[in-house]
Design a protein around this ligand. Structure first.
Ligand SMILES: NC(=O)c1ccc[n+]([C@@H]2O[C@H](COP(=O)([O-])OP(=O)(O)OC[C@H]3O[C@@H](n4cnc5c(N)ncnc54)[C@H](O)[C@@H]3O)[C@@H](O)[C@H]2O)c1
Ligand SMILES: [Zn+2]
Ligand SMILES: [Zn+2]
Length: 360
């Protein structure tokens, strides 16, 4: 029997989201049904609402979630009913050419639920194949990663997207290590996680760049050693000034704009690494001096989901949290109801929050 549940839907470009009653099917082969307990509001949800990802409206938003498995379909052996899980958007296939080469974190054919959740008979497009601003959601079994249930859901869910993306941009993609210097452009939930990841990895200089002083204060709490308000001063010069005139080993862009990308590009040391984690608009273009791309050496990388492997990284990060070594509580600015997601988007745009988290 399909389940009728409350969920947050974006019906068309730029329109405020609404709470609707949607239909969620019982799990089929390889699928699981999850009672969502908490789901963070990520900027990517707003990108979907703005039509910046694709135009497959209506979207079922929400993708940064934790919950309890309530039903499993046939052929599911990874998780069982009652398991506390974080949902992920990288259920690796094990078959594609990247998985076959031993690089599953780049999997090119990740799994999502096969059956559709619907609104008035119309198929919904779940954000990042999850759709968790909902009382129940249907995912592929590999999208549910079991973690220690001692972690509160509103904290655990954040590992499912933004925090993982930022931590992994620093620790996996940027390969930040002991003694490195790092700059992070954009100190929202994702950027601050990159600051926290750099701190955890042993970076000795961490420069946080944002245009909002409140965000810079928060970045300090996550381990930034220096802060730059780039609305008031040139971040490239400021970063050179605190790195002996050289620039940083790793420059992480967590906004998704050409301007901040160029700043990151120019703020890195010779042979340094630029990591793009912010999601650009489809129209955005870069204009870089090619001689600098060549002459400075190093690498320009993109980071999807922090190049994480959920089965490896989620339980480890939750354990670090439970040991008091990774402060995830600080990311939760407020907890809200399903009917407050639209207001949470505005609070995000006004820079008032790191993460608003829907609790159910
Ligand atoms: N690559 C991935 O896997 C992945 C995963 C999650 C989110 N993201 C993307 O990461 C980006 C950040 O997400 P978030 O949830 O932290 O968003 P957010 O809105 O909470 O944070 C963005 C931050 O950038 C700052 N900012 C805006 N313009 C700036 C500028 N010109 N210079 C410096 N700082 C500026 C804002 O003040 C804010 O603090 C988004 O583009 C989001 O879609 C990517
Ligand atoms: Zn694969
Ligand atoms: Zn996200």
């Amino acid at each position: 029997m399909p389940h009728s549940v409350q969920a947050v839907v974006a019906r068309s470009v730029g329109e405020p989201v609404t709470v609707e009653t949607i239909e969620v099917p019982d799990p089929g082969p390889g699928e699981v049904l999850v009672d969502v307990k908490a789901c963070g509001v990520c900027h990517t949800d707003l990108h979907y609402r703005e039509g910046a990802i694709n135009d497959e409206f209506p979207f079922l938003l929400g993708h940064e979630a934790a919950g309890i498995v309530s039903e499993v379909g046939p052929d599911v052996d990874q998780v069982s009913v009652g398991d506390f899980v974080i949902l992920n958007w990288r259920a690796v296939c094990g078959q594609c050419r990247s998985c076959q080469r031993g690089r599953p974190w780049y999997c090119f054919a990740t799994h999502n639920a096969v059956q559709k959740m619907t609104l008035d008979g119309e198929d919904l497009s779940p954000a990042l194949g999850i759709g968790a601003f909902a009382e129940k959601t249907l995912v592929a079994a590999g999208q549910a990663t079991k973690v220690d249930e001692a972690a509160p859901a509103e904290v655990a869910g954040l590992i499912g997207c933004g925090v993982m993306a930022g931590l992994g941009a620093a620790m996996n993609t940027g390969n930040v290590g002991r003694g490195d210097s790092v700059a992070v452009f954009g100190c929202g939930g994702v950027g601050d996680a990159a600051v926290a990841g750099s701190h955890l990895a042993g970076a000795h200089t961490i420069v946080a760049v944002d245009i909002d002083d409140r965000k810079l204060e928060m970045a300090r709490e996550f381990g930034a050693t220096h802060t730059v308000n780039s609305a008031n001063e040139d971040p490239v010069e400021a970063i050179r000034a605190v790195t002996g005139g050289n620039g940083v080993d790793v420059a992480i862009e967590a906004v998704g704009l050409p301007t901040t990308y160029e700043q990151a590009f120019n703020a890195r040391d010779l042979a340094g690494t630029v990591v793009l984690v912010g999601v650009p608009n489809p129209e955005a273009r870069l204009d870089l001096p090619m001689i600098e791309v060549f002459g400075r050496g190093g690498s320009l990388k993109s980071s999807w989901y922090g190049d994480c492997l959920p089965s490896r990284d989620f339980p480890m990060l939750i354990d670090l949290y439970l040991q008091g070594r990774l402060d995830l509580d600080r990311f939760v600015s407020e907890t809200i109801g399903l009917d407050q997601v639209e207001e949470a988007f505005h609070r995000m745009e006004r820079g008032e929050v790191l993460r608003s988290v829907v609790v159910l």
